[in-house]
Design a protein around this ligand. Sequence first.
Ligand code: CA
Length: 537
Amino acid sequence: MVHCKKRGLMTRHFIYLIVSLAPLTSAWCGSKPNILFIFSDDHALRTISAYTQGKGINKTPSIDRIATEGAIFTRSYCTNSICQPSRASILTGKHSHKNGVLTNGSAWNSKQQIFPRLLKSAGYTTAMIGKWHMHPFPSNEFDYHKTLSGHGGQGRYFNPEFVNHQGNTVVEKGYSTDVITNESIEWMKKQSKDSPFLLMCQFKSPHTNVMPPVRNLKMYSDGDLPIPDSYHSNHSGRSSYLTKTWMKMNGMRAPHVLKTGPAKGTYSLSKKGKRKVAKKYETSLQYYGYMDPEDLDAYHAHYDPINAEYGRRLAAGEVSEKEKLERPYQLYVKDYLRCVAAVDQNVGRLLEYLDESGLAKNTIVVYASDQGFFLGENGWTDKRLMDDVTLSMPFVIRWPGVIAPGQRIDAMIQNIDYAPTFLEAAGLPIPSDIQGRSLLPFFKGKGPAQWRDSIYYHYYNSGDYNLPKIEGVRTSNHKLIRYYDHPRLKLGVHWELFDLNNDPNEQNSVFDSVEYAPVLRELQKELDSLRQSFEVK
Ligand code: CA
């Protein structure tokens, strides 16, 4: 009986598939594609050369290769700009209020519908290797997982610790991004060529505390990086909530993040818990303690002279106030870029493996990251806000024979669209409770006849970084943001409205401008409509 029921279901799937995927090329038909989902943490668009098109501060040839051989989505957004909620939206295809992961720290309901389980039901073998970050760790979400652990699920850069599929904690020698790639390649090697796989390869990098591999330390060492125009902004055109946020980059001091000490020879790692070092350096020693001695020596050889020279110049009165404010930017962003370079190097290794193994032609490859990241824009670091810098997620995708190479797609997409895309690619129906939409119609080059005109955003980590909750709507040309519910500040509800054509860097809200009253009414109506359609509580 059970068998007959399954066959009935299969028949319905098959009919659905013929109807919905008929326009796709014959390369798709025949076998289900493998899916390699490469994911990183906090990767800002302005540090991916496929996005900056030669005008940026770094090069990412391997990520660019995915875009060149497939498609780049230029307006790709999250639903909630913070790590765990973004991951939950990807897995479920739903906004935070539907999947239950409203904040970092929300419990993950592991029993809910997720696309990897649906793929498994269609014959896929599934795995997640790397940063999961949600709580609890995976149970039966995947056929296999190896999950970064320690530091609240953030993991660490050197000799990372994992919880493996058997529930045991293991430490793997090496650099986090390299190790996750090694494990991913090893897992792919073990898979049968007769059935498709889904592999979610999820790096910790370039998340804070941005520790680069030794091989990349010399990159970006010649001179200073350009500073964003708005780095010294006083935020006069923005909500006063934002003048009070604890996201200022010029206020960064943590030595373990900026690598400002302690220097070699000024501390001992030998007596755990009794290390004689200034209190401000205690966390640095924790990270030093994870490193192999030769890597730690290389770190000292690189950072100690930089810190010593700055200390000398500071004592001699040679450092201007401006330089003092900009120094955290230079130190942080250089290490961030060195971490990004390691991500790109490893994306390259994964692509090479697909080529060598012959898997490339029938494997969908995606590179994405859980949200964007402020790298000095408005003087800020971190994410959370609905500004395009942090709302944006990189999303490049390659699928030989189905996606025509070299497409730049400007339609607004969101992380809730990934699940339905993968399901439809596997020939599965998209459950009606999934809130995103499949991107497959874009892959023919023309796009669907009708696509969304707006996206909905809602951030709920009230109080963190001294921010309130944030809700809003973005259309092609405008953005309306509502700030509300702060646990300490009694500022009430604030609104911002941006004209994204005249003010793409979102410096001056026109919420109070009479001229924009019609636009405001339109966006308020749109926000209400989105709340209704997504059933926001
Ligand atoms: Ca993140």
